[in-house]
Structure formats: C-alpha cells, structure tokens
Design a protein around this ligand. Structure first.
Ligand SMILES: NC(=O)c1ccc[n+]([C@@H]2O[C@H](COP(=O)([O-])OP(=O)(O)OC[C@H]3O[C@@H](n4cnc5c(N)ncnc54)[C@H](O)[C@@H]3O)[C@@H](O)[C@H]2O)c1
Length: 715
C-alpha cells in the first residue's frame, strides 16, 4: 500500500494491514521530519481504505522507535513558541488520527520505545512487548516534557502515579516493569512477538477485545475526583520539585500539564501539554541539556572511530598498584568482562584492592543488580600478583602507583622489560607529563596516559593522553580499553594537569585568592553549590585530599608560573601544615564523621577559622556575583587556552570533560556554553574588571577576537 523511506504498509488478504517502521540509512528508527510526514501520508491511505479490518504496527529494526530526532531539536526550539507548537501539532494530529482509525490497532514493541516512540504506542489500542523491550519517556532529562501526548495518554492508560514516576524520572523501564505498570498489555519472547500481536489484533477484530472502551478511557478526563486529584498533584509537585531541584524545571512542568488537563478531554489536554512543552523548550536548561546530548553523540562517535583504528582488542589487562585507583581500575575492568592482573609490592595493598572490589560487588548483589554467582566470576577475573609472572601475555598495563616521578619512572622501565613488545603501557598519573615519563622508555610510542577519576566505578571520564611520541595505535587501544570498561574516553594532548586538572586548579586558585581576600569558605561553598556545582570548592578539596592538592598545585605552578605561581600562603598550605588532609583523615576545611550509612558526612570544624588566619591578607567586600566571577573566570580562560593550544580538539569534548570529570552543572551545558550564554564581549569585560588579580583573569586573545566579531564557540 505504501513504500516510503521510513514507513511501509502492506495489506494482507485477510484485511490485516501492517505498518512497518524502517528508517533507511539509519541503525535506529526515529521520528524525524521525514517519518512524521510519511505517517501523515500513511494515515490518509488507512483512513480511505475500505478493506482494512485491523492494523498491526511493527519495526524492521532491533529497536522499535527511539523517539524524536533530537538532532532536529535545536532548530525547532529556537524558532519561537508558534513554530514549536506547530511542530508538535503535526504529529499530534497524526497520533490522534491513528487513535481514531475505524478499526483496531495493535503495536508489537520489539526493542526500545522511548519518548515519541512510546507516545506512538500509547496512541494504539493494545501494546504487546517483547521481553527485550525498553520503554520510557526520557524527555525531562533533556529539559523538556513529552510533547506528543505522553502526559495525556500515559496517566489515562497506566494511572497518575506511574505517569508521574516515569515522566519525572525519565527512566527506561524493562518489559516486566512496563507490564506491571499496565503500560503494555502482554510480554512475550521476541520470536513470538509478531504472532502474539496478531492474535491480539484478531481478538479485537472479532469483538472479543473491546478496543473502543480503551479509546474512551484515553480520550476522556482522568478518572480522579477533585480531592484525589488535588492531593495527588500537589504532593507529587512538591516531591518531584524537591528531587529535581530548582535548576531542572521540566519534571514539575510535566506534572502541571497533567494537572491542568486532568478534567479535560484529549484535545484540550494536548493543548495544555503543548503550552508547557513550548515553555520548557525555550529555556536555557533545555538548550544546555539538548546540547549535552548532541555532544555525547560526538564523543561516542570519536571514541568509536579511535576504536576502529585499534589493530587488536584488549583481551587481558594488568594494573600496577592496588591502591585507591588501581583497585578501582581492576574492579571496573573485571566487572565489564576484561580479566586483569593486579600487581602491588605489598600484600596489604592487594588485600585492600580486593576487599574494595568485594565491597562494591556485594552492594550490587544487595541491590539485586548482580547474582551472587556472577559476583564470584567477576572476582575471579581479578588476578592478584606480587610478581610480573604472566605480564608477557597482557595487551595493556595501567600504571597506578604512587604519584612520584622517580618511582613511576623506575616502575615503568621495569614493566616495559616484562611485557611483549607491542603491549601498551598507560599511566594513571594525575599531574606528571606523559612525554617526560616516556623519556626513560625504549618504546615510548607504546606509552600514553590513561587518567581515571576517583572513584573509578562512579566517574565516567577517562582522559587518554597522548605524549609527544605516543603512536596512534597506542591511543586507539587505550581508547578501546576505556570503551570496554564502559567509560567515556576523551583524547587530549600532554601538558601539566592534562585537560581537567589544568582547568580545575585555576578554579581552585580563584578560591585560594578569595580566602586570601577575606571571604568565608562556607559562604563560597554555598554560593557555588547554588550556582550548580555538586559540591563547593572547600568540600571538593577535602574530597580530593589537601595533600594531593598541594602536590598538584606545585606541579601546576612549575608548569605555568606566569599564572599559577602564588605569592601568598594559601589555604591548602596552612591546612597541610596542620595535617588536615581532608576526608582521608577526617579533618580538612570541615570535619568528617561517619553517618548512619557509614559514609563520611561533613560537619563544621570550629577550629579551622583560626588555622586559616595566616592566609587572610585583607578583608574585601564581596558580593555573590564577585565570588562566582572570581571562581569561574580562571577556569574559563584556562580552558580557552587549552582549546587554542590543541590540548583538547573541540568545545564539545572540553564541555563533556568537565561535566563527566568534575560534575560541572549539566543544566549549564558546559563551560563553553556558559561563556556563550554571557557572550564573548561581556565575558571579556567581566574578566577585565578582575584583571588586577593576575594573569588567570586576563581574557585570551582568541576570546577577544571572538568578542570583536561577535562570535560564539557553538556555531
Ligand atoms: N586518588 C585519586 O584521587 C587519584 C585520581 C586520579 C589519579 N590518581 C593517580 O593514581 C595513582 C595512584 O594513586 P592512588 O590514590 O591509588 O594511590 P595509593 O597510595 O592508594 O596506591 C598506590 C599503590 O601503589 C603501590 N605501589 C607502590 N609502588 C609500587 C610498585 N613499584 N609496583 C606496584 N605497586 C606499587 C602501593 O603499595 C599502593 O598500594 C597516582 O599516580 C595518582 O596521582 C589518583
């Protein structure tokens, strides 16, 4: 009946029509402009046909439909409220026409049905899912709300509680959960899916299943009385609002749309949804979160390209040092299926590494994310070692011994003599130049940096650092290993601090200068947390470790003396002298006590104000805006320099490195997007106001050039 580039329709002799989604040239189905316009044509045909008794919908790909095409969002969202509403209306009309067809409709959900994909399914009469299906409405994660009837149909199909939960969290649900929540009507094995969906459709055709009753339910008001409705909506707005936080308005907006539409029929309800969608789509939060999605695609494409260049897979790995980082690396590698030798010089180190892995795995078992038997086989993939036996068999060695140039050089030279000539050796150093570490090696081309963040199992970022002599193959294999570990690798060039620490320490230098000028560290923490950081700088320093920070500050000062050498005694220096190393010894800017869950919780340390006194040189009047500017400008100017110097290739990677590596607030989209939101000229003027503070506050020439020509970093 129809053969398009995204949709096909065939009519069987028994009067059953089958609509199949199969977007040509793509690995997944999505509702891009093409699919939406083809659906319009298909509906014309379906409505006019006199021969159809029922419609079966399926997908020819592994996924059902992953949703709208997010790559098309930016253009639509910036086109003004009328265009946004018009964009929604086209497909809403489609879905309503689908819902109103003069025969029953059943959809076979074989894989991902997310966002617009699920909204399409909700417009059908029955939904039969395969056990592999993954279903959800992730729109709020992009700062928007469902716009093709999700807030209208989901509460009417599955009840308000499920709708609030699914829409506010944006989570992906498996088929079993979807069945329990009554979002789908049955779950069967994939091989039986088509047959089961067809069977369901025939029951509708024969009148055994009352599909029209379902339509009445979906197109009428929500079945809640006034009191129930008020209680449910007010409670969920308060709860969801508190969970999402004030920087993420979409989840509450979705509930508001549902509330406004609760006593309305379908068309009015869809109008309420569209109104709230348009509001959310125009926020800077949506722009940032959609930007992050696009950046993630760029990142994963780059990582895959690197992986393709790797001439062989990483089958066996090794890690040197079983400390905080080595233990974490061994755990992550084993968890993701790559066997790893974990070598230390001390049995105590190995015991610590293994017990850490044990603890993390036990937690997964407790949370039912892992079967006890699987835990055993994961632990078996970690092979503890005190010698280099078997190192000639490994494809990559990650060095994670103490942060000391001499020790590292000796260990690297030693391990190089134990591995095969084409094994990659990667250092997890956080500060030492990769090129200088390569100096003593006979195969420097096989050596690079592989910088994990602490705690390894939680932090997605891995910086893969290419030294002056690192080969493409070494980078490619290291990226492939990071991919295999489920991490987000970003390839950067070598310099002190690499990318993340190079821009984090200027930020912390801004903090030290604020304390020098009399600002209270607790106030700074509060201001920066309100700005969006997951933790303020004092708290962050405690988590990193004051001793680690002092060491890294020294390295950075040597690397960039013009901007990072200090001419005053800094807060980290005095805390270090007072042996307050942060969380690791329960004393830093704050004191730490174990909470009920056994996690260190910070409490105010009254003695610290006295300890910090020697760092205070003056007492300046500072507004919250001063604090934000003085903290953020050094980070911004330094990351612009990193881009100028080619330390990082693109603004997308730089922004994602900070989001993944430091917790930079996602709703701001990344630091380059933040600079864009201020504008290059305004940013230069702001930096100028603080330029007396030193070179970190001087706008780089490239930014001044952007200001002169009114350019942005993002197109
Ligand atoms: N801790 C962090 O937050 C963090 C983050 C990123 C990178 N790093 C880097 O990771 C590396 C390790 O840091 P860590 O915090 O895990 O240190 P750690 O002190 O916890 O562990 C170091 C381990 O290395 C072992 N070791 C020392 N010499 C060895 C040798 N010759 N052979 C094998 N093992 C040896 C020690 O016994 C110890 O178990 C450092 O380079 C550090 O800069 C640390």
């Amino acid at each position: 009946m129809f053969q398009g580039k995204a949709l096909q329709v065939s009519l069987h002799p028994d009067g059953i029509a089958e609509l199949t989604f199969d977007l040509q040239g793509e690995t997944v189905n999505k509702f891009n402009l093409l699919a939406v316009s083809e659906l319009e044509l298909v509906l014309d045909l379906l409505e006019q046909s006199k021969d159809i008794k029922g419609l079966l919908v399926s997908s020819a790909k592994d996924v059902f439909i992953v949703g709208a095409d997010i790559m098309e969002f930016a253009a639509v969202f910036s086109s003004g409220p009328e265009n946004i509403t018009r964009h929604l209306a086209t497909n809403n009309r489609n879905f309503c026409r689908l819902e109103d067809l003069p025969f029953p409709t059943v959809v076979a959900v074989n894989g991902f049905a997310l966002g617009g994909g699920l909204e399409f399914c909700l417009a059908c009469d029955y939904r039969i899912a395969s056990s592999a299906a993954k279903i959800g409405l992730p729109e709020t994660k992009l700062g928007i709300i469902p716009g093709w009837g999700g807030t209208v149909r989901l509460p009417r199909v599955a009840g308000l509680d499920t709708a609030v939960d699914w829409i506010a969290t944006g989570k992906e649900n498996d088929a079993k959960a979807a069945l329990e929540a009554r979002v789908v009507d049955a779950v069967v094995d994939l091989e039986k899916l088509h047959e089961a969906a067809l069977h369901c459709l025939l029951q509708c055709v024969s009148g055994k299943f009352n599909y029209l009753a379902r339509r009445t339910q979906k197109t009428g008001p929500l079945k809640l009385n006034f009191i129930e409705s008020m209680m449910a909506f007010e409670t969920s707005k308060a709860f969801v609002g508190a969970q999402a936080g004030r920087n993420y308005p979409a989840p509450v907006s979705a509930i508001k749309a549902m509330q406004k539409a609760a006593d309305k029929g379908r068309d009015e309800a869809l109008r309420a949804e569209a109104e709230n969608f348009a509001k959310m789509a125009q926020t800077s939060v949506a722009e940032s979160l959609v930007g992050i999605f696009v950046n993630e695609q760029i990142l994963s494409k780059k990582a895959k390209n690197w992986e393709r260049k790797a001439d062989k897979k990483i089958v066996r790995a090794a890690v040197l040092g079983a400390g905080i980082m080595g233990g974490g690396i061994a755990y992550q590698s084993a968890l993701k299926g790559v066997p790893i030798k974990m070598k230390d010089i001390a049995q105590s180190g190995i015991d610590l590494g293994l017990s850490e892995a044990n603890k993390l795995l036990s937690k997964r078992v407790e949370r039912k994310k892992l079967l006890p038997a699987e835990m055993g086989s994961i632990l078996n993939r970690i092979e503890p070692a005190l010698s280099y036996d078997g190192f000639d068999q490994v494809d990559i060695v990650v060095e994670a011994v103490v942060e000391n140039l001499k020790v590292k050089k000796a260990v690297l030279a030693e391990v190089e003599s134990k591995v095969s000539t084409d094994a990659v050796i990667a250092s997890n150093t956080s500060t030492i130049s990769i090129s200088s570490l390569a100096d003593g090696l006979s195969r420097p081309e096989n050596f690079c940096g592989m910088h994990f963040f602490n705690p390894v199992h939680m932090m997605p970022l891995v910086e893969v650092i290419r030294g002056a002599r690192t080969s493409d193959i070494a980078v490619a294999r290291t990226v492939a290993y990071a991919n295999a570990m489920g991490k987000k690798p970003i390839v950067v060039r070598d310099c002190p601090g690499f990318l993340v620490n190079r821009v984090l320490f200027p930020y912390l230098a801004g903090f030290a200068m604020l304390l020098r000028d009399g600002a209270d560290f607790q106030r700074i923490d509060k201001v920066m947390e309100t700005w969006g950081w997951p933790m303020g700088p004092a708290y962050l320093l405690d988590v990193v470790g004051i001793d680690t920070a002092v060491h890294a500050e020294k390295v950075m000062a040597e690397g960039f003396p013009d901007r990072m050498r200090r001419d005053f005694t800094s807060c980290t220096d005095v805390l270090f002298f007072a042996a307050r190393f942060g969380q690791k010894n329960e004393k830093g800017f704050y004191n730490y006590e174990l909470d009920k869950k056994g996690k260190p919780a910070k409490v105010v340390a009254p003695e610290v104000s006295e300890i910090l006194k020697p760092t205070i040189a003056r007492v300046a009047e500072l507004t919250d805006e001063d604090i934000i500017a003085r903290m953020m400008i050094p980070m911004a100017t330094e990351i612009i320099r990193c881009l100028d110097e080619g330390i990082v290739e693109t603004v997308s990677e730089a922004d994602m490195a900070l989001v993944y590596g430091t917790g930079f607030p996602p709703f701001r989209g990344g630091i380059f997007r933040w600079i864009d939101s201020i504008g290059a000229l305004a940013f230069c003027e702001m930096a100028n106001m603080y330029s007396a503070l030193g070179a970190l506050y001087v706008a780089p020439e490239s930014l001044k050039a952007k200001a002169a020509t009114n350019q942005k970093f993002y197109g």
